[in-house]
Design a protein around this ligand. Structure first.
Ligand code: SF4
Ligand code: SF4
Length: 290
């Protein structure tokens, strides 16, 4: 286990998998063990299935930071697909821990650190067997939390069990079972990495690059595939006030001077633009596929 008075944990998941809840539960359990703790969520596109980050700090001393975590002691990866699309090891300290939802062996993972402790568990299988499936998505957060507790001995699983019981009043039994199955089925190995430095990485770089200022095909992919409704600009009413451009959370409203147009490859259909348009120039239509 990484030594020190502070431990920083970064969760990588997708909307609906419970990354934010796991981060909160961990912080709550740590607090009950007498530590200072903190949980911070970070949402990209606010849709089920979109990449999500969450951060937990656990400390023996007061925590004054309020930032994201760029150099974690541990990463917990909820989505088995993410290791192939996102650098989940970015910034992870040498000698740190990666807890990964996967059916692969720990030795399969490649990383630039000298050595890491890799902990794998088939959290999808555990979630399905315990009927922890919401809208078709296995909720894998609790088995992974169990796997993490197997390595992070500072928080007894019994304390976390209490936190889970209080949080999930209706189906706490299934969640507690899933936590223990994650704990017991975790496969833990020390694995050697390449030991090369990643010159393009810096402490200041964001851990996962989510398109913010200019929409590009990034970790979130083309968000248009999640859209149910389409905003349409009526140019006879538009005055070019740029309110829609300013408020679009995906930067999918493009501007040329005061002329605006919607980039439908990246518009996710949240309709914020329509609600902020002072001239009601943006109407809403149902998405038609094909
Ligand atoms: S609906 Fe409007 S605000 Fe939402 S992503 Fe599309 S263009 Fe942006
Ligand atoms: S908010 Fe409405 S009026 Fe303003 S630029 Fe956008 S579409 Fe045009």
């Amino acid at each position: 286990m990484v030594e020190g008075v502070r431990w920083e944990i970064r969760f990588h998941g997708r909307g609906g998998q419970g990354a934010v809840t796991a981060s909160l539960l961990l912080a709550e359990a740590a607090f009950r063990c007498g530590y200072y703790s903190q949980s911070i969520p970070f949402f990209g596109a606010e849709r089920r299935g979109a990449p999500v980050l969450a951060f937990t700090r656990i400390s023996e001393e007061e925590i004054l930071e309020r930032s994201q975590i760029y150099s974690p002691d541990c990463v917990i990866v909820l989505d088995p697909v993410l290791p192939g699309t996102v650098n989940i090891f970015s910034g992870l300290k040498n000698g740190g821990i990666a807890v990964i939802n996967t059916t692969d062996a720990p030795e399969k993972f490649r990383f630039h650190q000298n050595v890491l402790t890799i902990c794998t568990v088939d959290a999808v299988d555990i979630a399905i067997r315990n009927h922890l499936v919401v809208s078709g998505t296995p909720v894998v957060n609790i088995p992974l939390l169990g796997a993490f507790l197997r390595i992070f001995s500072r928080i007894p699983p019994e304390i976390t069990e209490d936190v889970i019981r209080e949080r999930f009043r209706r189906n706490w039994k299934a969640n507690v079972r899933a936590m223990w199955e994650g704990y017991e089925n975790a496969v833990i190995r020390k694995v050697k990495g390449s030991g090369k430095t990643m010159s393009q990485e810096s402490k200041c770089s964001i851990a996962v690059r989510v398109p913010v200022s200019k929409p590009v095909k990034g970790v979130a992919g083309r968000t248009s595939i999640w859209r149910d409704f389409v905003p349409e600009i009526d140019y006879s009413r538009c005055t070019g006030c740029l309110n829609c451009w300013l408020h679009c959370p995906e930067s999918a409203v493009l501007r040329d001077g005061r002329e605006v147009r919607i980039d439908y490859d990246f518009c996710k259909g949240c309709l914020v633009c329509s609600s902020v348009c002072p001239k009601t120039a943006i109407s809403v239509a149902r998405e038609v596929m094909g």
